[in-house]
Design a protein around this ligand. Structure first.
Ligand code: SF4
Length: 284
């Protein structure tokens, strides 16, 4: 594929930016309550659609990450101290937006002894208290150095889905996710499944970074082998000029192929399309 073809978005990746009354309400609520979202921090292409439907994925523990993954546009650096008002602000947001399903994620907080797990717990519990019947999907970092402690803390905030993304194939970790460890990510998913056998676990992988089909298939099998139940597969899109280049635009037909393959390999829930992100239509 030539450079020129790579730079031009294929037609299936072009979409209008919807903006309606609900979109504005979502944006205003988030702004008024100073809620960070991964939708804006990672430059997600689905923001128009999701916010227009009144959903957003909350990014807790600040907007500065202790890692510097090259597929992600979240700012890297020294994060601010944990904000004790955050649980209350997220709870107010959920109440105001009348949410029935909320995905919560965070930056990596390698500076915290529990990797930020207690803030996940506090946000969930406070929101449950205020907003009543609401299901939570947690998309957590790898809790490097403290996975057992982190899972123990999350015991008292049991979400509906426990998610952790492997993001890409292991051979691309050195350039895409250099602070991560593929084996550690699989281990975290396995530990979570062992601890909460009834709770679905979920992971996500981006395609288009230069991985081969064999490598993708191997990741799907690895995830299945650690009991992962749900899988999201989407197209990597360069979120900022400093991020990794897209190596390939994967066709919608190929995404359909992977959806089918993951289903054959035993996943109970699969979403696979160019615009799929781990939190995209997560409530479905
Ligand atoms: S897919 Fe997730 S991150 Fe993207 S806009 Fe929707 S809720 Fe936000």
């Amino acid at each position: 594929m030539t450079d020129k073809k790579i730079r031009r978005l294929p037609k299936w990746l072009k979409r209008p930016l919807p903006s309606n009354e609900t979109y504005n309400k979502t944006a205003n609520t988030l702004r008024d309550l100073e809620i960070e979202t991964i939708c804006t921090n990672a430059g997600c292409p689905n923001r128009g659609e999701c916010w227009s439907c009144g959903t957003a994925t909350v990014l807790i523990l600040g907007s500065i990450c202790t890692r510097n993954c090259k597929f992600c546009s979240v700012t890297s650096g020294k994060p601010a101290p944990v904000d004790s008002t955050e649980p209350d602000r997220v709870a107010q947001m959920a109440e105001k937006m009348k949410l029935k399903y909320l995905v919560i994620t965070s930056v990596n907080r390698d500076d915290l002894v529990d990797g930020g797990a207690s803030q996940f717990r506090d946000v969930v519990n406070k929101t449950r208290q205020n907003a009543g019947a609401i299901r939570f999907e947690l998309l957590v970092p790898d809790f490097k150095g403290c996975p057992d402690r982190a899972l123990e803390i999350l015991d008292s905030a049991k979400p509906f889905v426990f998610g952790h993304n492997v993001e890409t194939v292991p051979t691309l970790y050195h350039k895409a996710r250099s602070g991560g460890d593929y084996a550690l990510s699989l281990e975290l998913l396995q530990k979570a499944k062992k601890r909460w056998s009834e709770m679905p676990t979920k992971s996500s992988i981006m395609l288009g970074l230069g991985e081969t089909d064999e490598q993708v298939e191997a990741v799907i099998k690895d995830l299945k082998s650690v009991g992962c139940d749900r899988l999201a597969i989407g197209q990597y899109l360069k979120p900022s000029p400093d991020s990794l280049d897209v190596v390939e635009y994967i066709t919608p037909e190929k995404f359909d192929f992977w959806a089918q393959r993951a289903g054959q390999l035993g996943f109970e829930w699969v979403m696979s399309s160019p615009f799929t992100r781990s939190s995209y239509h997560a409530e479905k």
